[in-house]
Write a protein of this length. Structure first.
Length: 673
């Protein structure tokens, strides 16, 4: 066990934040801490980091914090850098101070050994070499530059003064320093905020393979599902451990609640039965012993706590647009977007009822597109038009959180100021639907959390009853329950939605189409996020097949199982798909294709052998690429290293695809045995 908290109590003044906390970290565990906004998740991270202390340290209870040896704990704190004039490289190199100390001592020993042999110096030098390997000291520059670029920076940015970067970029640099420091226990508070999808996906792989412990507070459900081994939930000031990722936790929590409700009801029935028996016979002399026995049975019962349902309080606003738009909502053709220079050129169609997610790397122009559509920026070229009767509402999470309202103004007055014609009851009703009820409407603007500011901004936008919602990162600062509520609102919304988000689970739940800002062009995809990913995977496989020579030949023949079909257990050949759908049994007969088990089994066997050969070739190529990555001659050729890593990633994806095809083929072959 790396780390343990026992029976901790955390209070601020008279307010209890956490109560009777028992928390453990084992070996390489990847742990999630989940719960509603304000439940104490960040407080627990601060307790682990040593920023705050337990409130019951002086009590007689068996409480405290223990660690296995000296554990280095790394925490991404929201602080600015003290010296804005030094370069990014100088700031990041502070992380490698132990490496540089090892190097310096090794050079001293080398000079001393030139004067004569010394067995003790040899031992020390050998230990320093092992320490350098453990610190990844021989590849520190390579690691720094690869991770730096993965976060969207250019190598030349390393030479820029750190003060020239925005607050969000400085947070990324602090994150890079934390990753490079490789602590024994890494604490991450909302690590995916402000990261684009490619960076989030890279971070998933990095953390999953990280050889030490990681503790994450995040509202990104898909991120947690792909990384986490253990989930701790904080609810009603207490914490409970669940094995598995977020989805497993939710399933287990529901099961536990159902069992607790059942056990509680059964125990209450038993207590009632025993109590009624005692009341009936307590004055009967012959029943005294039995009465006493039953009373003791009640007293010695381990009382089951009455279960409390999940804390699911959230906003529940549903509204109908003021008017209905026509079918064509937005039409953009060669729309050039940017500030002084073009970031991207966009062409897309948005129709009534569409819910289109805008995806892509940071800096490609996703938010810029939305700002251009709502008139905050002028287009640099091309055209776009709104359809008839389109009335849009715009939400920008950056403007929502960085609110310039009077900090002493109440929520009620702030909303009323924007809609002065509404009656007080109407204002309170609108705010109440977004969880600003009773005394909450009198809360001052300066006291609002990020999530509360987002809810207020959404409430104001929905008050106009638009038929087109243009949303820029609407789920940032929202907890899980809030995200699920917004998902349901948007899925039930009768109008049209265009939104930017990096929350893949949210995208998968809401989107009916994708507008992707790629490296070379902006492309529109129809269908859900899962269908978009499948299409992207097919494109990558086709590209890989063409490169390896396994694609379609000039004669029009196709490798693979494209010409095979299995309809209700009947397998045939020569029957192609129609309109992207699997052929029906009638299609098979219309083509006069006949069921020949021997021929089909032979074809499947050859296909399986082909996949096995391709897999072996891919594994051999991947091994060669790994050897090239370890070549000392390439240690400073970062462009080549990035290229080799990209090729290795492509080979690994190709292997996954081949394994899936092999499993499908083996399944079909099993039907003939």
């Amino acid at each position: 066990m790396r780390y343990q908290i026992r029976h901790a109590l955390v209070q601020y003044a008279a307010d209890t934040i956490l109560e009777d906390v028992n928390f453990e970290v084992h070996d390489k565990e990847k742990i999630a801490i989940v719960g509603r906004n304000g439940c104490g998740k960040t407080t627990l991270l601060k307790l682990i980091a040593g920023d705050i202390e337990m409130s019951n340290l002086d009590s007689d209870e068996e409480c405290g914090i223990t660690m296995a040896g000296k554990q280095q704990i790394g925490f991404l704190r929201q602080i600015s850098f003290t010296d804005g004039d030094i370069t990014v490289e100088e700031e990041i190199k502070k992380t490698f101070a132990p490496v540089f100390a090892c190097e310096a001592r090794m050079k001293e020993i080398e000079e001393q050994l030139h004067a004569g042999e010394n067995q003790e110096l040899f031992y020390e030098y050998d230990n320093l070499q092992k320490q350098m390997e453990a610190l990844r000291g021989y590849t520190w520059r390579q690691d720094m530059e690869i991770i730096f670029q993965q976060f969207g920076f250019l190598l030349e940015d390393l030479k820029r003064p750190i003060g020239t970067f925005s607050g969000g970029q400085q947070t990324k640099i602090a994150f890079i320093k934390l990753l490079l420091s490789r602590p024994d226990i890494m604490l991450l508070d909302e690590p995916t905020n402000h990261l684009d999808l490619p960076t989030i996906e890279w971070l998933e792989g990095y953390l999953k393979s990280y050889d030490k412990a990681v503790i994450i507070v995040s509202h990104d459900r898909m991120f947690l599902d792909r990384i986490i081994d253990v989930t701790y939930e904080i609810e009603y000031h207490r914490i409970k451990r669940y094995p598995g990722n977020y989805s497993a936790f939710m399933k287990r929590k529901e099961e536990d609640l159902i069992k607790q409700e059942k056990d509680y009801e059964e125990q209450q029935k038993e207590i009632k039965r025993l109590t009624e028996w005692i009341e009936k016979w307590k004055n009967t002399p012959t029943k005294v012993a039995a009465t006493r026995s039953k009373r003791m049975a009640i007293e010695h019962m381990v009382k089951i706590e009455k279960p409390r349902r999940f804390d699911t309080k959230t906003f529940h606003a549903m509204f109908t647009p003021r008017i209905e738009s026509y079918t064509e909502v937005i039409s953009a053709k060669n729309l050039s977007i940017g500030y002084e220079e073009e970031l991207s050129k966009v062409s897309f169609q948005l129709r009534k009822g569409d819910r289109v997610a805008v995806l892509g790397e940071n800096g490609k122009g996703k938010s810029t597109l939305l700002k251009t559509l709502v008139g905050m920026l002028e287009p640099l070229g091309g055209t776009f038009t709104f359809g008839q009767n389109v009335e849009w509402g715009y939400f920008d999470q950056q403007r929502a959180v960085v609110n310039d309202a009077d900090p002493e103004q109440t929520v009620l007055d702030n909303f009323w100021e924007e809609y002065p014609k509404l009656l007080r009851e109407e204002v309170r009703s609108s705010l109440g639907s977004f969880m600003f009820s009773q005394e909450e409407v009198l809360k001052k603007m300066g006291q609002l959390s990020g999530g509360e500011k987002v809810r207020l901004a959404l409430c104001k936008m929905f008050q106009t009853k638009p038929n087109l919602l243009i949303l820029d990162e609407p789920t940032n600062h929202m907890d899980m329950i809030g995200k699920e509520a917004l998902e349901q609102m948007l899925k039930g919304f009768p109008g049209t939605v265009l939104f930017v988000s990096h929350d893949r689970y949210f995208i998968n739940q809401v989107a009916t189409g994708i507008l992707e800002f790629g490296k070379e062009q902006v492309k529109q995809y129809q269908g859900t996020y899962e269908e978009y990913l499948q299409e992207k995977a097919k494109q990558e496989n086709r590209f890989a097949d063409n490169k390896s020579g396994t694609g379609k030949t000039g004669s029009g023949k196709s490798s693979g199982t494209e010409n095979m079909v299995n309809v209700r257990g009947v397998t045939g050949t020569g029957c192609r798909q129609k309109n992207g759908q699997e052929p029906t049994l009638q299609d098979v007969f219309d083509k006069k294709t006949y069921y020949n088990p021997g021929k089909i089994k032979s074809r499947l066997t050859r296909q399986l052998e082909k996949y096995e050969t391709q897999l072996a070739e891919s594994e051999q190529k991947a091994a060669e690429l790994k050897m090239q990555l370890m070549d000392p001659a390439l240690a400073t050729d970062y462009e080549k290293l990035m290229e080799l890593q990209s090729q290795l990633d492509a080979e690994e994806r190709q292997q996954e695809s081949l394994l899936e095809r092999m499993m499908e083929t083996e399944t079909e072959l099993a039907d003939f045995d």
